[in-house]
Every structure is written in C-alpha cells, then in structure tokens.
Design a protein around this ligand. Structure first.
Ligand code: 5GP
Length: 188
C-alpha cells in the first residue's frame, strides 16, 4: 500500500495557522492533524486528547527518555512534542499527516525525515501579526510581546521551507495548501 505524505506546517503564533488548518482538514479528505503533547495549561475551550495531550513536565521528560517523540521543543516556557508512533501508523495506512509545530521542531523533522514537505505560513506583515495577537485576547501583554519576539526570529527561518504561503486571506491560503496536497497525491 502507498504511504501517505508528511507535512510540516509552521508559522508564527497569531498568523492564523489554526483557522487555516481547520478549514483545510474539512476540505481535504484523508488528511489528519497530529495531536501534540504539551506541558502548557489548556486555554478555555481546549479539550485534552483533541487539541493537545496536556501532560506534566515529568511525563513529558519520561517520553523524551523513551524516545517517543519525532520532535520536541520549548516554546515560551513550555514543552511541546509530536508523538512518533501515531504519525507513523497514519502514514503507513496511506493517509497524509500534518504537523502544526514551531520552527525548532520543524527543523528536527526536516533532519529526520527529509521527505517531509515543509510549509511556512507567513503573515502579510509584522503589524498585521501584532494586531491579530492582540485581537485574540487570550494572552497577557507580556506573553504577546514574547510571542512577537519569537515570531520575528521564526520569520528568519523561512528560507528552510519548501513552500511559503502568505496568509492574506484564509480562503487564499487554504486554496494553495489544498492544491499542494492534492497535487502531491497525483504524483505518487
Ligand atoms: P500554542 O501554545 O499557541 O498552542 O502553541 C505555541 C506554539 O507551539 C505554536 O507555534 C505551535 O505551532 C507550537 N506547537 C504545537 N505543538 C507542537 C509540537 O508538537 N512540537 C513543536 N515543536 N511545536 C508545537
């Protein structure tokens, strides 16, 4: 059976990755989003096992020791990681899998899995990114400032990606990604 394709989907916090991904997953059958593990606390409305596996620092460290992560990284004081086994199982079953992760983790996947398709979702501008982060209203001013600093750093990594998609409009970004994923299937 043909194996699925692995996609790494990265972009600064607040760029709209979540919104674009939700739409993409609705529009593309056979595409699955990997559920990450994190040590950060759930935001209002987030469900364990659906948005993330919310785990303690101790459990996260045990999983590192067990080599359970395809990649993991620290981001604004918390740990985030992709569990390898569920991803491999999906791919082996012929489904496409998408990882929504930050840039350090993306680079680890790029090293380990050179076949992974690297996609960067870029904001139209830093001003627009700042406006979106403030508009979300879920983080303190200090957290937003740290996320913007991290974003500035992340933008410097764009050159390492196969595809840079500017999130001008959700429809536009979803359309580009859908064509990319469906196109890769016909080449397989
Ligand atoms: P948030 O706290 O806003 O949900 O996520 C913060 C950042 O962590 C985002 O940039 C998100 O893409 C990233 N992230 C989520 N899951 C993972 C993961 O499994 N690995 C890595 N490296 N980053 C992740």
């Amino acid at each position: 059976m043909h194996k699925g394709n692995l996609y790494v989907f990265t972009g600064p916090s607040g760029v709209g990755k979540g919104t674009v991904l939700r739409r993409l997953l609705e529009e593309v059958p056979g595409l699955f989003l990997s559920i990450s593990a994190t040590t950060r606390a759930p935001r209002p409305g987030e469900v364990d096992g659906e948005h993330y596996y919310f785990i303690s620092k101790e459990v996260f460290e045990r999983k590192i020791a067990e080599n359970a992560f395809l990649e993991y990284a620290q981001y604004v004081g918390h740990c985030y990681g992709t569990l390898e086994r569920p991803v491999e199982e999906r791919l082996a079953a012929g489904s496409d899998v998408i990882l929504e992760i930050e840039v350090q983790g993306a680079m680890q996947v790029h090293e380990k899995r050179p076949d992974a398709v690297m996609v960067f979702l870029a904001p139209p501008s830093m001003e627009e990114l700042s406006a979106r982060l403030h508009g979300r209203g879920t983080e303190s001013e200090d957290k937003i400032r740290r996320r913007l600093e991290t974003a500035q750093h992340e933008l410097e990594y764009q050159a390492n990606f196969d595809h840079i998609v500017v999130n001008d409009t959700v429809e536009g970004a979803v359309g580009v990604l859908r064509e990319l994923i469906l196109g890769a299937r016909t080449q397989a």
